[in-house]
Design a protein. Sequence first.
Length: 256
Amino acid sequence: MIHETAIVDPKAEIESDVSIGPYSVIGPQVKIGTGTVIGPHVVIDPFVTIGSECKIFQYAAIGAIPQSVKFEGGETHVKIGAKTIIREFVTIHRGTGFGGGITEIGESCFLMAYTHIAHDCIIGREVVMANNATLAGHITIGDYATVGGLVAIHQFARIGNLAFVGGKTAVTKDIPPFMIASGDRARLHGLNSVGLKRQGFKPETLSALKKAYRIIFRIGLTLNEAIERVAADVDQLPEVTELIEFIKSSQRGITR
């Protein structure tokens, strides 16, 4: 199932049912799991691990050295989870030794055309990134998040679980979990109610999160005052606790 024009390094570890299309190049120390399909003209550089049943479309480039002036070589990695779809012209760069050493994409993600994921980014499971969404280095994106088309995210920023970032948004600070953000610069626009309902969140959970959102972002309190108010006035469900802990752990600051 490897096309005769493909170039596959003998040190690559490829399961027997993997399909590799014409003119693709697979480097050494690459591991590709069962059932994965690699399209034509794909380049996979060394130290990349790809899970089972992934689909990688033409002209994707995975595992190139990072675009970092501090990178001085060495073995760093890319890891891609099972059932992830990588569309045309997506670029994913290896990690750096000073930034954790790995760029990781979770299971069942959908990376649309021209998506760029820079060094040391950690992407959760079932994340959707639309066309031309661009991540600088050291970014963390939580599970089930959605990043719209033409979004640019600043290095070291975090996007929380089930957050939704609208198209053409410039993100410079952390986006809390469960929220919708959009604009240049990004601003919050309430709870990602549609996404939460699709994930089976109960009405009482949505109600508690909405109440916490109003307290934290809508009535003019400082963050410390708001956190104390949420602790006193909102049911301490796990999702509310997650929201508060995300805010308290922010290094770049929270999008308001």
